[in-house]
Design a protein around this ligand. Structure first.
Ligand code: TYD
Ligand code: MG
Length: 465
């Protein structure tokens, strides 16, 4: 028997080196090389079969037109909000990665989905390297998991899990988590890059080979990226992130990569005493505690994926008591805030020097799109002038450096959502307001009035009379 071969693997980028070095030659990370041993005799598959199994149908190249897509079914997880992010359900044979901070609710969501799936589609194998069967069951009892062909396996050895998959032939496999499982082929600790990569590859081949959809749970590091390697994101078909503030009840599942659907789709949940509850109407949730008409509060219409959501953005401008004025943004980009404040000073004549500016998107939402600019600008101006905006006004629009309000995509969707939520006045970019279009100012908006604006100054005149 050959002795195990030692390689040094960078835990940041996965590059390999034959000897230890203080710095990775590939990515330049310091002190990131860790010794990993590969045993040449180990086999990845219990059967000892080919390591690189066929992913598609074997044979020669096929004509595009001859490829059959009619069997591209989707299996519902029984949780609408999760199905939505997956692009309509789980695709058989797909490998999904669900990332999120510890305690955010990954295991809870997957146990709920597994129970639904087991009841409606077929047996599910839930392999956990983090909790015992007993722990999982006591949580399941709280979630109301009744009788269903749901198999629990407290196991961390990949080869053993694959054996169980072969034996049970489940309709869905959940691995909680990819950082706790290990392959007997490597001697490095679970969670090291070699082990994580091996786990992803082995489960990929199992998923494709046996056409069983597999969900991997992944931990994220402090800086918010998936722990271990980027390679994980390249291997899997779909990457979902579970986000949310620990102190807020609501949680958001976001797709950042999806080979079977649109990315940036959003699923919204609320953490309750009996697990995660889907929120079909997030606008109502985010606006539920709105301080209507108070200075510094504005409602903006953003779109996440194909879904319009109304959120409240709040601003507080107060005289700075100390030398440096503070600018703090929660829920929007800090640099974007600085840019918008500069535009407000220069183009709308607001004096903010010597003032602290705090901006917060209520409810813990993160708004990344530029369409939020107008809402931020309005909230800040409203706070500066101590005048509240009309509680029945919603807005959206991008602010340019010359103070112009630029048109943005999916205006119709935003207007429709605002009207649905009972807003009667919508301030939007003039480029988006189209009197010819019945949905954008032509009249079909019931009682809602659409106001197209061209500049920040014009918008503030309309909003803060
Ligand atoms: P969990 O799914 O264990 O998180 P993860 O797997 O992402 O680490 O969720 C744990 C948190 O969720 C825990 O702090 C308690 C809370 N929780 C509830 O509020 N209600 C519930 O019904 C359950 C099961 C958990
Ligand atoms: Mg967990």
């Amino acid at each position: 028997m050959k002795s195990p071969r030692a390689v040094f693997v960078c835990q940041e980028c996965g590059a390999q080196a034959p000897k230890w070095m203080g710095r990775c030659l590939e990515c330049g990370a310091w002190n990131s090389l860790v010794e990993e041993r590969v045993s040449e005799t180990g086999t990845a598959f219990p059967s000892g079969g080919n390591r690189y199994l066929q992913i598609g149908t074997p044979g020669s190249a096929k004509l595009y037109a001859d490829v059959d897509t009619t069997n591209a079914v989707r299996l519902s997880t029984g949780i609408d909000e999760l199905d939505r992010v997956l692009g309509g359900g789980v695709v058989p044979g797909s490998l999904v990665l669900l990332g999120g901070e510890p305690g955010i609710g990954k295991s809870t969501l997957l146990l709920q989905a597994a129970a639904h799936f087991a009841r409606q589609v077929g047996p599910v194998l839930y392999a956990s390297g983090e909790e015992s069967e007993h722990q999982i069951k006591s949580r399941g009892d709280r979630l109301g998991v009744g009788a269903a062909p749901l198999y629990l396996l407290a196991e961390t050895c990949i080869e053993r899990i694959l054996e169980e998959i072969g034996r049970l032939k489940p309709a869905l496999v959940v691995i909680d988590s990819v950082q706790t499982v290990f392959s007997m082929k490597f001697q490095s600790a679970p969670g090291s890059i070699g082990q994580v990569r091996e786990a992803a590859t082995q489960f990929l081949f199992a998923a494709k080979g046996q056409n069983v959809p597999t969900v991997l749970v992944g931990h994220v590091t402090k800086d918010g990226s998936l722990a271990g390697p980027k390679v994980l994101e390249h291997v899997v078909d779909t990457v979902l992130y579970f986000e949310g503030e620990r102190h807020h009840a609501h949680r958001v599942v976001r797709a950042v990569k999806n080979r079977f659907g649109a990315v940036s789709e959003l699923g919204v949940f609320e953490m309750t005493g009996a697990g995660l509850r889907p929120v079909p109407n997030p606008s109502r949730l985010f606006l539920s505690e709105r301080a209507s008409g108070t200075p510094g509060s504005a409602v903006l219409c953003c779109v996440e994926g194909s879904r319009p959501i109304l959120v409240e953005v709040q601003a507080l401008v107060s005289t700075s008591t100390y030398g440096n004025a503070r600018r703090m943004a929660i829920g929007i980009d800090q640099n974007r805030l600085s840019l918008l404040l500069a535009v407000l000073e220069k183009r709308a004549g607001l004096s903010l020097a010597g003032d602290d500016v705090y901006v917060n998107v209520a409810g813990g939402m993160n708004v990344e799109e530029p369409a939020a600019d107008l809402g931020v600008v309005a909230a800040v101006a409203s706070s500066v002038r101590s005048r509240g905006l009309s509680p029945s006004t919603a807005m959206f629009g991008e602010v340019g450096l010359t103070g112009e309000i630029r048109g943005i995509p999916q205006a119709r969707l935003r207007v429709r959502e605002a009207v649905r939520m009972g807003f009667t006045r919508i301030v939007l970019p003039a480029a988006n307001a189209d009197p010819e279009d019945p949905a954008l100012g032509g009249g079909d908006n019931g009682p809602a009035e659409l106001v197209g604006v061209r500049t920040v100054a014009e918008a503030l005149d309309e909003l803060i009379a």
